[in-house]
Ligand binder design. Structure first.
Ligand code: AHR
Length: 672
């Protein structure tokens, strides 16, 4: 069945106003009773539990969330990114009628040393149309009436300078709109204009045209939709950013993932390369085998966090590169970890401290002033920083982590540093990572697990026995990997049950983020992912819907609850067997939210034995997801599994039905 992409988010939730009779169900199905006292304050849990993990893999940044539409805008593509990529990849020459032109690349007198390559377009015969054409990220999506901001740097190298015409064209060369930029000077200068599209094409091209005989140097040729998320310049693609924002993430972890520690020491993600004017940023190869312009850099990440009300959680390399560095060439997986030379550690420590000053320092401090110059004089209020990602726990790692951790703790005692426990949820690195982190007093540890759905169902008590006096946990990357690593309802439901267990343990688990977040169709490095997209559409998975329910209906206190199961005659913990429950309250609204994951293939009638229910007379909201466990994100059927909403006039009396294989989220609203 073909995949249908949602043009926008509306319509995801199906709302029914009529409440079916549930009393009959109780007679047929073994009854579950959730007991809780709503008058109790409960135990404080993390109010920031559910956030997102963002990494530039699967074309999540360039060609994805970053709204730039020109691919290889700065002519920095090279075989280091991908074997067949060159400075002129995605560019070609247009010669129409009698026009004659050529396109070359040069490095003499670049726009900036960090951005060494630029194009030189030469007009030999300026008749008809002569121009250089960019194919975008597999085409440029253009809608009629849409406005686009054009910018480029140019300098006239030889011959007579004339105005530059920038055109949007269909693949066939039909005009979709154009603008004229003033003739270039002899020195590098930025030129800007705007195009309003007079037609539509999902596969459009950008053509930069010159008509006077001569040669013009060009760099940073850029096209952005005017309508970015929150109207930001150099901003995010609106529909994708809106899908991310709708998760109501309480934090955003960036920029990865493996991208952080990089494929070799020279490939680490260095935050300073990602700030300042775009033309000065140091693009580099992406560990996921493509290219990072770094147009989406630290300033943009922090600003995005602020825009969506999420706390920034940057992760910096622990001065070691990925243990798999070079393995694609050497075939030696797990043996490539290298550390920054100890003599260079003081400079690296300073780089990390500079990041903190850049984020939090006053606008007149050396690094805070760079933030202010970018348009954000107020501090970003950075509270957390991750050091290291999934590193194998070796002496090389430990030595460097300790230096970094102690330096940050000494200078910024109020900042929470998050350490790592290696790539897996158990085993040698995990044990050594935790032991080492405990010995240093690291306040929070990052755990990762990509495991089958059964693992999640079998680990509903994983955190019940974690030492409450020790470090907090950040479940930094997790996903249930079902057969063929597909996004099935089985995987999403297992994650949902697991998330109820995280809420029950929200006093020790502080953060959790599903990984990875984004994947462009046709550019997949990793699956499953939370959100799939094309140039023109967004497809939300069932795993996404689960994350959204937990993000939107989170709480900050856990109310003690028990679960009575008439089928087994047992009274037990809310994470018992085939059913997992959490009951949380939210101090801002004083609402209580009951979440129940029914993992069994039997529908259950759920009775609510809730002391204090009288204070919740407003109709409750019940959101239910249920369906065939094999439903995947590639099937139209997944729309049937998506949340179905209805109102319950008197939830305390009626209870509700938890269908087989379902997640139910009941929001009890306080009476006004
Ligand atoms: O989420 C994809 C990858 O999984 C991350 O880059 C890495 O940290 C983990 O192995």
């Amino acid at each position: 069945m073909p995949i249908r992409y949602l043009p926008r988010l509306a319509g995801v939730l199906i709302l029914t106003m009529c409440a079916p009779s549930l009393t009959a169900l109780a007679a047929d199905n073994a009854q579950l009773t959730i007991k809780a006292d709503l008058d109790e304050t409960g135990k404080p849990i993390s109010s920031d539990l559910f956030g997102i993990f963002y990494e530039d893999l699967n074309y999540a940044a360039d060609g994805g969330l970053y709204a730039e539409l020109v691919q290889n805008r700065s002519f920095e593509y090279s075989p280091a990114d991908k074997h067949n990529w060159r400075s002129l990849t995605c560019w070609d020459v247009v010669e129409r009628d009698a026009g004659k032109a050529h396109l070359t690349v040069d490095v003499a007198q670049p726009l900036h040393p960090n951005n060494p390559h630029y194009a030189v377009f030469g007009v030999i015969k300026g008749e008809g149309v002569t121009g250089m054409r960019n194919s975008g990220f597999d085409g440029i999506p253009v809608k009629e009436g849409e406005r686009f901001n054009v910018s480029l740097f140019a300098r006239q190298v030889a011959g007579e300078a004339g105005p530059t015409t920038v055109r949007l064209e269909t693949q066939e060369g039909d005009l979709l709109g154009e603008c004229e930029l003033t003739a270039p000077d002899s020195g590098w200068k930025k030129y800007e204009g705007q195009i309003t599209a007079t037609g539509a094409d999902a596969q459009a091209r950008l053509v930069v045209c010159f008509s006077k005989v001569g040669r013009t140097a060009l760099d940073m040729v850029s096209l952005f939709p005017e309508d970015t998320f929150r109207g930001r310049k150099n901003g995010m693609r609106k529909d994708l950013a809106e899908a991310v924002a709708a998760l109501e993430p309480k934090f955003v972890r960036f920029p990865g993932g493996c991208l952080v520690h990089g494929d070799g020491l020279d490939n680490m993600y260095r935050w300073k390369d990602t700030i300042g004017p775009l033309e000065t940023r140091k693009a580099q190869r992406n560990i996921w085998r493509y290219h990072q312009t770094l147009g989406l850099g630290y300033f943009e990440y922090f600003q995005f966090c602020e825009d969506i009300g999420a706390k920034p959680l940057p992760v910096v390399p622990a001065a070691v590169c990925c243990q798999h560095s070079g393995a694609r060439v050497t075939g030696e997986w797990g043996k490539g970890q290298r550390g920054i030379a100890l003599r260079d550690m003081p400079a690296y420590v300073q780089e990390v401290l500079d990041l903190i000053e850049w984020a939090n320092g006053p606008a007149d401090s050396p690094w805070g002033s760079k933030r202010a110059a970018a348009g954000h004089p107020e501090p970003f209020n950075l509270q957390y920083i991750g050091i290291g990602n999934e590193d194998t726990i070796t002496e090389t790692f430990e030595e460097r982590f300790e230096i970094l951790f102690k330096a940050v703790r000494e200078r910024h005692p109020n900042l929470t540093v998050i350490g790592t426990s290696g790539p897996f949820p158990d085993g040698e690195d995990f044990d050594r990572g935790w032991k080492f982190a405990r010995s240093l007093g690291v306040p929070m540890i990052d755990e990762h697990y990509y495991r089958p759905p059964e693992w999640f169902r079998n680990n509903l008590h994983r955190y019940d026995s974690y030492d409450r006096r020790g470090a907090k946990v950040y479940v930094g990357e997790y996903a249930a990997h079902d057969r063929d690593r597909k996004n099935t309802w089985r995987s999403a439901l297992a994650e949902a049950a697991f998330l109820t267990s995280l809420e029950r343990n929200g006093d020790i688990v502080h953060f959790a983020s599903y990984a990875p977040l984004l994947c462009k169709e046709g550019k997949r490095n990793w699956s499953p992912d939370l959100i799939y997209f094309t140039n023109t559409g967004v497809r939300l998975t069932l795993n996404y819907e689960v994350q959204k329910l937990f993000g939107v209906h989170c709480g900050d206190h856990l109310l003690p609850s028990t679960l009575d199961d008439s089928a087994t005659q047992a009274e037990g913990s809310p994470g018992a067997g085939q059913v997992s429950v959490s009951v949380v309250s939210d101090s801002a609204t004083r609402d209580v939210i009951v979440k129940l994951a029914n993992l069994s293939d039997t529908p259950r009638a759920v009775r609510l034995d809730l002391a204090g229910i009288d204070a919740f007379k407003s109709p409750a909201d019940l959101l239910t997801m249920s369906g065939d466990l094999d439903t995947t994100h590639e099937s139209e059927d997944q729309d049937r599994v998506r949340p179905h909403a209805r109102k319950l006039a008197d939830a305390g009396a009626t209870g509700f039905e938890a269908p087989a294989h379902s997640l139910c989220v009941l929001r009890l609203r306080r009476s006004p």
